[in-house]
Design a protein around this ligand. Sequence first.
Ligand SMILES: NC(=O)c1ccc[n+]([C@@H]2O[C@H](COP(=O)([O-])OP(=O)(O)OC[C@H]3O[C@@H](n4cnc5c(N)ncnc54)[C@H](O)[C@@H]3O)[C@@H](O)[C@H]2O)c1
Length: 263
Amino acid sequence: MTIAIDLGGRRALVTGSGAGIGREIARWLARAGAVVAVADIRGDRADEIVESIRAEGGEAHPVVADARDDDQLERMVAESAEKMGGLDVAVNNIGMLGSGGTAPLLEMDGAAWRDVLDQNLVLTALSMRAEARIMQEEGGGVIINVSSGETTRPAPFLGGYGAAKAAINHLTDTAAVEWGPSGIRVVAVAPGTTLTEAVADALDDEQVAAIVDSTPLLRMTEHDELARLTVFLASDLARCITGGLILADAGANLSRNRPATGG
Ligand SMILES: NC(=O)c1ccc[n+]([C@@H]2O[C@H](COP(=O)([O-])OP(=O)(O)OC[C@H]3O[C@@H](n4cnc5c(N)ncnc54)[C@H](O)[C@@H]3O)[C@@H](O)[C@H]2O)c1
C-alpha cells in the first residue's frame, strides 16, 4: 500500500508567500493539489510565484495587500477566498523582528515593543479571525500559524520577537479550543534557522557555523522543510492534530548552547 497526500479540491491561503519560507509553503501545497492564494505586500513577488506554480501545472492566484493595515488584511483574506471559491487551509506566515531588530531588553522602548507585537501577534490574531469566520460558515478548515524556535527557550536580544511568537503559540491553543467544535483545526509550526534573504544578510559565517555545531542534526533548516510539515498538517493524515507547536528544525530546540539567531 502506498500512502500519498492529496490536497486536491482544497483552497489554501499562504500569507507572505512572495519569498522565503512562505514561497515554498505555497509551492508545496500546490504540488499536493491545492489551489493556492499567494498573498504578499509585493505584487511582483506574488506574480512570480503564481507563474512558477502554474508552470508546474498547479493553480494559484496572486493577492496583493499590506497585512499591517487592518482593512487590507480583511480584504486579503476575503479576496483570497473569493478567487479560490472558498477557504479550507490558511497559513499565517508573515512575521518579523520589528523595528527594534535584535536588541537587549534594556534598549527596547515602547515603540519597539508595540511594533514587534503588532507585526507578529496582532497581525496573526486578525488573520485568524478573518479566516475562521469564513471557515465556520463553510463547516471547518485548518489554520497553521508560523511561530519560531525562539519560543522554546530564552531568546536573548530577540526578547520582543520571542515573546510575540510565544503569544502566537498560546493564541493557537486558545483558538483550537474555541473553534474545534466548528471543525477548525489550529496548529503552530516553527522552522529552524533558515537562510532566507534577510537571515542570510544578518548572519556571518561564524554565526552560521555556531548554529550548525549546536544543532543535533548538524545542519540548518532548508527552505522547503517547513513546507513539507505544512502539507502534512493541512491533510487528512493530520485530522486528529489540533493545538500545540510542531517543529521542523533539525532538533535545534533541544540544544542548550544555541546562540540567538534572528529566527
Ligand atoms: N527564516 C528563519 O530562519 C525563520 C526562523 C523561525 C521562524 N521564521 C518565521 O517564518 C516566517 C517566514 O520567514 P521568512 O524568513 O521566510 O520571511 P521573509 O522575510 O523571507 O519573507 C516574508 C514575506 O512576507 C512578505 N511580507 C512582509 N510583510 C508583509 C505585510 N505586511 N503584508 C504582506 N506581506 C508581507 C514579504 O514581502 C516577503 O515576501 C516568519 O513568520 C518568521 O518569523 C523564520
